[in-house]
Design a protein around this ligand. Structure first.
Ligand SMILES: [Ca+2]
Ligand SMILES: [Ca+2]
Length: 201
């Protein structure tokens, strides 16, 4: 079983050409909201981007400082791309963030936790078809400590886990590649469930 799981993952990875690029984090100086109360980069100065395959920037401590691109205070980070749902069903999503965060899936606001906070958790859910769904994550840091994680509980999962890099891409995959990637995710998910879940903060 392990061999087939590894094969499926390798197959998925081999499909990841340019159209399959990992997510990127885009960093801006400052933070703010639009008139709808959504975290917005309007008027902010872009500081740069870096490849960020999964949103996993907190070690569970309350004195953590992520400092992306060396930024410590007053910055915004956005990630935009697609979430690959391996099966149809209801997905739970969770963030822990310092400070605020929003998650949009297919344009719907799934997590809205925009206040300044000290590593606060938030949850939301979305009923998804199997396949690619537009993902838009926005995060800002005001002062002192900073970090963010983005987790999910897929249909059938019993524990939170970091949304894996294999489920996050920057462009809609080709249909043939998508089928292979989803198969790999489903197999990996089954393997994860068969092991004792590692606690996630
Ligand atoms: Ca900071
Ligand atoms: Ca902070």
């Amino acid at each position: 079983m392990k061999a087939s799981w590894m094969t499926a993952l390798a197959l998925s990875a081999s499909m990841m050409g340019s159209a399959w690029a990992d997510l990127s984090a885009h960093v801006y100086n400052g933070w703010g909201f639009d008139s709808s109360g959504n975290i917005s980069t309007a008027g902010l100065t872009p500081l740069g981007s870096f490849i960020d395959p999964q949103i996993d920037h907190w070690d569970g401590s309350f004195t953590y400082k992520w400092n992306p691109l060396g930024e410590d205070e007053s910055y915004t980070v956005t990630w935009a791309g697609y979430l690959l749902a391996p099966t149809a069903g209801e997905y739970q999503f969770r963030t822990v963030s310092d400070d605020g965060v929003q998650v949009f899936i297919d344009g719907a606001r799934v997590i809205h936790n925009t206040a300044e906070q000290w590593f606060g958790a938030a949850q939301g859910s979305a009923t998804l078809t199997a396949g690619a769904h537009a993902l838009d994550v926005r995060f800002y840091e005001a002062y002192t400590y900073d970090g963010i994680i983005f987790q999910w509980m897929k249909p059938g999962d019993t524990d939170w886990s970091i949304v894996p890099a294999s489920a996050l891409v920057t462009a809609v995959p080709e249909p043939e590649s998508l089928v292979l990637a989803l198969a790999g995710l489903a197999v990996a998910g089954a393997m994860t469930r068969s092991r004792k879940g590692r606690p996630q903060a």
